[in-house]
Design a protein around this ligand. Structure first.
Ligand code: C2E
Ligand code: MG
Ligand code: MG
Ligand code: MG
Length: 293
């Protein structure tokens, strides 16, 4: 920095930093009340089976409507929840809420429906007994097998210690499947894929975004899909926004797609209506086949 810039820097940046820190403190405080105040909601985004176009799963995505600020992105408040310890409470709420809905959807619309929930690295790595408590809660919920998928990021598996692999085993024991979220954005060590029992790879939307025939992202997506299938994993592409992306992914053998092309994340009641309409349509189609001469 230029000589003499010091004064300027202080008079300009310090208040800004203070404002940012104050802002974070206020927001963390508000978040504490948000859980109890009913300001948090769970949205659901369809995950579509590419070959049939049917919705088989949904990802649960948390939303916070702040009384003054309106919608606050999880990208902003999840880190605050992590640093303040609120993340465990939020995680329990997400789990209970998701389980309630997936039970209903299995009963009413789709017997094999799955809901996936996100777990941030700090949440997954908690070692103070709170994760054990979370697992206990999970077991007490007595889930139907494979109705819940936990999404973790690959960074977790890189420096995996026995605590991480124990937790993964405990998840499996509780009938939970595991997805690797944002796959391809972390470090490219693939050896953990054979070490851990993973069910799904979610190709990050940074690959989907630039998909075009003969593009390098197409080559990478192709390779990820082939590799995943050889290892017995299924593949979900994130961020599918165009029909061309969907078609390229389907042609490459990708199993599922998720993205604005199909639907944006929506409130649970709206998702419920969507599933209901899909089930009614399927029943009608089956009836038409039966009625045909
Ligand atoms: P994620 O798990 O990778 O979730 C996918 C994000 O991509 C969501 O953002 C979703 O709304 C967005 N998305 C879906 N389709 C498209 C598309 O076609 N185009 C584009 N541009 N974006 C798309 P959202 O809901 O803002 O969530 C952001 C992140 O916050 C999530 O990324 C996840 O890491 C975290 N998150 C959300 N809910 C929870 C939660 O309950 N617990 C934890 N720990 N983290 C959560
Ligand atoms: Mg996710
Ligand atoms: Mg993701
Ligand atoms: Mg992400």
């Amino acid at each position: 920095a230029a000589k003499g810039g010091g004064r300027n820097r202080f008079s300009y940046f310090t208040p800004t930093l203070q404002v940012a820190a104050l802002n974070r403190m206020r927001l963390t405080n508000d978040l504490r009340g948000a859980l109890k105040g009913g300001q948090l909601a769970l949205y659901f985004q369809p995950i579509v089976h590419l070959r049939t176009g049917r919705i088989h799963k949904a990802e649960a995505l948390i939303r916070w409507t702040h009384p003054q600020r309106g919608m606050v992105s999880p990208l902003e408040f999840i880190p605050l929840a992590e640093s303040s310890g609120l993340i465990m409470e939020i995680g329990s709420w997400v789990l209970r809420e998701s389980v309630q809905w997936v039970r209903r959807w299995r009963r009413e619309h789709h017997p094999e429906f799955q809901v996936s929930v996100n777990q941030s690295p700090l949440e997954f790595q908690r070692d103070d007994g709170s994760y054990q408590a979370w697992l206990g809660e999970l077991q007490a919920l007595d889930l139907p097998g494979q109705s819940v998928v936990v999404e973790i990021t690959e960074g977790l598996l890189l420096d995996a210690n026995s605590a991480v692999s124990n937790k993964l085993l405990q998840l499996r024991d509780a009938g939970i499947q595991v997805a690797l979220d944002d796959f391809g954005t972390g470090y490219s060590s693939l050896s953990y894929l054979k070490k851990f029992d993973i069910d799904y790879l979610k190709i990050d939307r940074s690959f989907t975004r630039n998909l075009a025939p003969d593009s390098s992202d197409m080559a990478l997506s192709d390779a990820i899909i082939v590799m995943a299938h050889k290892l017995g994993l299924r593949v979900i592409a994130e961020g599918v926004e165009t029909a061309e992306q969907r078609d390229l992914l389907a042609a490459a053998g990708c199993d599922y797609g998720q993205g604005y092309l199909f639907a944006r994340p929506m409130p649970a009641e709206q998702f419920d209506a969507l599933l209901k309409a899909q089930a009614a349509q399927a029943a009608q189609a089956a009836q038409a086949v039966q009625a045909a001469p």
